[in-house]
Design a protein around this ligand. Sequence first.
Ligand SMILES: Cc1cc2nc3c(=O)[nH]c(=O)nc-3n(C[C@H](O)[C@H](O)[C@H](O)COP(=O)(O)O)c2cc1C
Length: 250
Amino acid sequence: MSNAIIELLNQHRTQRNFTDQSVSDATLAQIITSAQQAPTSQYLQAYSLIEVTNPHVRQQLATITTRSTVATQGRLLVVLADQQRNVQLAATPAAKRALTELDRFMGSVEDATLMTEAMVMVTESLGLGSVVLGSINNDTQAVIDLLQLPALTLPVFGFQIGYPATQPEKKPRLGLDAILFKDHYAQPASYQAELTKFDQTLHAYYEHRSSGAREEHLAEMTRAALGTAAKRRDFLKIAQRQGFLPEIGD
Ligand SMILES: Cc1cc2nc3c(=O)[nH]c(=O)nc-3n(C[C@H](O)[C@H](O)[C@H](O)COP(=O)(O)O)c2cc1C
């Protein structure tokens, strides 16, 4: 079974290197407005975007995300979780408080996340590529300061868009036996076999890929991914400084 959307998803690759071809304002607007049709929790549209054009700020974001191309290539957005707008609209103390608590904090991060994935797909449908940059939160406070973010906003992702300069190989994904359970959380008999199979697929992908080939296994890769946690331990405190999660400490 296939159609244009399935084919698009099947061809997804994150792009991290972009050509000099500029992304027009009309294209950027199309990507954003189409992606805004993503589902949004309680219809609150609790996100906003900042396009970063200042070369000095882009350079600083390149340093924070450890990606030099962020400084110069393509167009760069920062996607924010944003309850600032809704707090202004709701305007009663009870509503204001509810918008800052965990439930709506999560709602704003969920909205920002779904919006971002929708931008990934629209971008690719137009022949462009993108990279989602969670690494913007390697230094959340610096991003807040650089972008002058008000209370009840937080950076969720950087999002860089451009015309792909390379064609990375497609990264494999786990099979259904590892991620789809029936009725309750019960790993099927084939679960371990699927993990072993995926480990082999992953190993072959990293061994043979044209750029950055290396020896890689699933368990080690999972452990290595946790390195970012150390950089982000202050995230809770920063979220609270931004006015979120007042119930912690109540
Ligand atoms: C929440 C999130 C954060 C990410 N952050 C980064 C990042 O900071 N830097 C980066 O180069 N890629 C980042 N990525 C891209 C992932 O590395 C990429 O999606 C993953 O390796 C799978 O590769 P693929 O998208 O090409 O299939 C992020 C992706 C997600 C979903």
